[in-house]
Design a protein around this ligand. Structure first.
Ligand code: URA
Length: 191
């Protein structure tokens, strides 16, 4: 088993490689900094969002803006703190004007995201929103249908979830996310 310290070092290597490999230079040029990921290198649950927004770009940390505050509440609801889990995005530089990441940008970052998952080896990968679901799970899934249903794919258990930002303006969606998060402890106990 890879020790926690070595996992931290391996994650640092991935971060360095993103810069060295000049992944998405146009995005990098417009961003303040790389937003690599945060939390425990030994986490049982890894959350994967879309791309950094303004606050994330400023602070260099994922999910620290309004959606992040709600994510913190959702985690607290199931007895988890940010430091217990690992949080990252597919795309690691802020897209201009918070536009959706382009397919080629998601594809460019995917190998590095896969390496992050490979180092952390979480029991459960929870995708936040359709972008991370679409890059990690087989095609043809619709988030409105499959949210909250764990799926085993290539030996990894995934839980597709709505993006917390979607719930900020939609009370019904908020409750759906609370209900889907409530399943996490049971899913973990069954893996
Ligand atoms: N939305 C995301 O998908 N990721 C973040 O880090 C913040 C908002």
């Amino acid at each position: 088993m890879v020790k926690k310290d070595s996992k931290v070092e391996l994650l640092e290597e991935i971060k360095t490689d993103i810069v060295k490999d000049k992944v998405c230079p146009d995005l990098a040029a417009g961003a303040t900094q790389l937003v690599f990921g945060t939390g425990s290198a030994d986490a049982d649950v890894m959350f994967i969002g879309e791309a950094p927004g303004k606050s994330e770009d400023e602070q260099g940390l994922p999910f620290v803006g309004a959606a992040g505050k709600f994510l913190n509440e959702l985690l607290a609801g199931v007895g988890l703190k940010r430091g217990d889990v690992y949080i990252t995005n597919i795309v690691k530089y802020r897209p201009p004007d918070n536009r959706d990441p382009y397919p080629d940008e998601k594809a460019a970052f995917l190998p590095y995201l896969r390496r992050q998952i490979g180092v952390i080896k979480p029991k459960l990968v929870a995708t936040l929103g359709r972008h991370s679901m679409e890059v990690l799970l087989p095609p043809g899934l619709t988030i409105s249908v499959c949210h909250g249903q764990p799926k085993r794919y290539n030996g990894q258990v995934y839980l597709p979830l709505f993006h917390p930002a979607a719930a900020l303006y939609n009370g019904g969606m908020r409750q759906t996310l609370v209900d889907d998060f409530a399943k996490i402890p049971r899913i973990l106990a069954q893996i």
